[in-house]
Design a protein around this ligand. Sequence first.
Ligand SMILES: Cc1ncc(COP(=O)(O)O)c(C=O)c1O
Length: 383
Amino acid sequence: MTPSPSAVILVAMDTNGHSNWLEIDLGAIQNNIRAFQQLTGKPVLAIVKANGYGHGMVETALAAQQAGVFGMGVARIEEALLLRKSGITSRILVLGYTQPARIAEAACNNISLTVYDHDIARAYAAEAQKAGFQVKVHVKFDTGMGRLGLFPENNLDFIRWMYELPAIELEGIFTHFARADEADGTTTRQQYARFAQLVNEVEALGMRPPYIHTSNSAASLAHPAVHYDFLRPGNAIYGLNPSAEVTLPPEFRRALTWKASLISIKVFPPGHGISYGHRYHTTGYERIGVIPVGYGDGYRRMPNNQVLIHGKRVPVVGSVCMDHSMIQLDSVPDAAIGDEVVLIGTQNDEIITVDELAQKWETINYEVVCGLADRLPRVYFND
Ligand SMILES: Cc1ncc(COP(=O)(O)O)c(C=O)c1O
């Protein structure tokens, strides 16, 4: 006899009316910020760019502000302006490129900008002077990252020039580490040595700006000697490990859970193709569920995905679609429509971490969370 699918009963669960959503524990983010402050004795500039690493930039920043951060770090002026509009009153530093034409907006909104070459500095100075504003800048030095920044050697005259320009307030100098998340700290120590030499020279000339900073999450955790005035952690404040080699201390907490509801169950006969391309065929009568989660949400079209239901791991079968994925339910015979499915997070004693997904998707945890689509409802709570 062919087993029959469960009756379609839409169960009222506490899903806030959503069938695919993120739960974000702002208390965990605040806990992690405080953990950094306690661990290092340094203030924290919370990095909230890229929609707060997928966690929601405004909500994350407001929680971080409440936790007493020193400021916020973003990549773009648009992010900084949104933070200002949303009630962020603390310091904001734009870490990436800002067009000189936006100097007045930056100055009027008390937003600090990054200068990483001479031309940008000249353009900012000219624009600020023209508009009659003073713009706050941090000069970025490339001590080994191989990305944005001036080389630390031979730039003292440039620092002096900036220091003396009335249109520019030299608020900080900084560098960024390329390999602080590796067990071998050689490159980080070399980068630090180059930067420290520059800082010594700047100090000797009496031109030390108020803020010198270096440390992303990994350096904040693994290289206590390199921090200077404040930390610039991003992924660790969300409870994510910087890498497999530099992991979080136990007091840090994960902030993110990804859940969905089971929206369909059918029993397919043997040899039935599942999803686009029929990359999966049933071998016997199989109970296949559908969750409303797809690559349009940031769930990757990769093999071997698993989810949790009734506290058990079950495989995602067939191709992940834009809005749907199919899961094999034979090991959970009592699974029913409306049941909660966990894609990231814990259910009973099982857990699927962002790190696990990153490994399966052959990427890093940063990319997994930054890929969480805007359309995913984010439900905030504070534990
Ligand atoms: C200049 C700068 N500082 C700090 C960070 C935060 O890094 P992490 O998320 O590894 O802590 C980033 C992230 O990209 C960055 O670009």
